[in-house]
Write a protein that binds this ligand. Structure first.
Ligand code: FEC
Length: 314
């Protein structure tokens, strides 16, 4: 009989229904309920996005299924069967539920990986801390993938997407070299800089690697989707960058949200609706690269990272 290795695939999570938005938002705000106005604003954003109200759930489900298939491919000789479990940060099944389910299923050894390539103490670090605490409590042996922002297959998948969109700009009459590529990721509170957090540098490393692979020289990095809180967040925000590019008379902009791996609210609303509306006002042509979702190269990236973490942990 094969020995089972659990893989906790962690992702942000999304509500299950419109009625579930309040509980979800309260969880994100660490137990503090949103005001009626904040709740209405978030509900309106979900209702506005194309591709279903909560596309992240379906996308995460598919990524987990595809990763399990990729992990078990060509494992006949290894004596290992990989079983993937979901652990969501802000929705059910929560990270702790995933760890608990593994132990209930008799799993003794597991690897955790987050569906976000870049490490920050405030993002991936938080996922890992919660999983490790539960694993320690239940006596499960777990190791973790912290980041995979320069994995060659991830860079290849993202570079192919950038090149494909640059082709579309050319087809629309633009000169390829004149298109400004804007790499982006979720902003975080500015205080991560004083904490020596690797998040900003890892994002720049991913951006540089893609620029090099695609021959893009006209690029810059911008932050997006900053939280609505009083403290300062990392900038410049992408909406301000678009205004600045308009002053520079840049007419064609390609956004590459390299910090995200799925179609979800932060891509489908913040970029496809909000940023798109501003670019229209500025008379600018704005396109976005397709999200990775369950791209085979992304699944291969995750597979390789899980296998390496398992090897290292043994
Ligand atoms: O489609 C969906 O239903 C979920 C989309 C979604 C993703 C996502 C990813 C990240 N977040 C990160 C950090 C923060 C911090 C705060 C924060 C707040 C929100 C809110 C919503 C939301 N986030 Fe998110 N995030 C997504 C959605 N996020 C909704 C609350 C309303 C709002 O501000 O729009 C601030 C929390 C606080 O108040 O303290 C910080 C980071 C990522 C990317 C890495 C990852 O996926 O974990 C970092 C997807």
């Amino acid at each position: 009989m094969k020995s089972k290795v659990g893989v906790l695939v962690m992702s942000y999570g999304t509500p299950e229904s419109l009625e579930g938005i309040e509980a979800y938002y309260t969880h994100i705000r660490r137990g503090k309920a949103p005001t009626q106005e904040q709740l209405q604003d978030l509900t309106d954003r979900y209702e506005a996005i194309v591709g279903g109200v909560f596309p992240l759930r379906e996308n995460t489900n598919l990524q987990v299924t595809e990763l399990q298939a990729a992990l078990n491919r060509n494992q006949d000789q290894s004596g290992i069967e990989f079983v993937c479990y979901q652990g969501l940060k802000h929705a059910s099944p929560f990270i702790e539920d995933g760890v608990e389910q593994m132990t209930k299923d008799g799993i003794k050894r597991a690897v955790g990986i987050v569906l976000a390539p870049h490490y920050s103490i405030m993002s991936v670090g938080g996922y890992i801390k919660r999983a490790q605490e539960k694993a320690t409590e239940l006596g499960l042996d777990m190791s973790f993938v912290e980041s995979y922002h320069l994995h060659p297959k991830l860079i290849q998948a993202l570079s192919e997407r950038v090149s494909a969109k640059l082709d579309q700009f050319e087809e629309a009459g633009a000169i390829r070299e004149d298109v400004r590529v804007l790499f982006s990721a979720h902003s975080l509170p500015k205080r991560i800089i004083e904490m020596g957090d690797p998040y900003p540098e890892q994002l720049l490393e991913t951006s540089r690697a893609i620029a090099e692979a695609t021959g893009v020289t006209s690029w810059q990095f911008s932050w997006q989707s900053a939280g609505r809180t009083a403290e300062p967040w990392l900038g410049p925000d992408i909406l301000d960058t678009l205004q600045e590019l308009s002053v520079e008379q840049i007419e064609n902009v390609l956004v590459a949200p390299v910090g995200f791996v799925s179609d979800h609210l932060e891509v489908l609303y913040d970029l496809d609706i909000e940023a798109q509306a501003i670019s229209k006002e500025l008379d600018m042509r704005l396109m976005r690269i397709d999200s990775l979702n369950s791209d085979p190269l992304y699944m291969e990236t995750l597979r390789a990272e899980v296998l390496a973490a398992l090897e290292k942990g043994n």
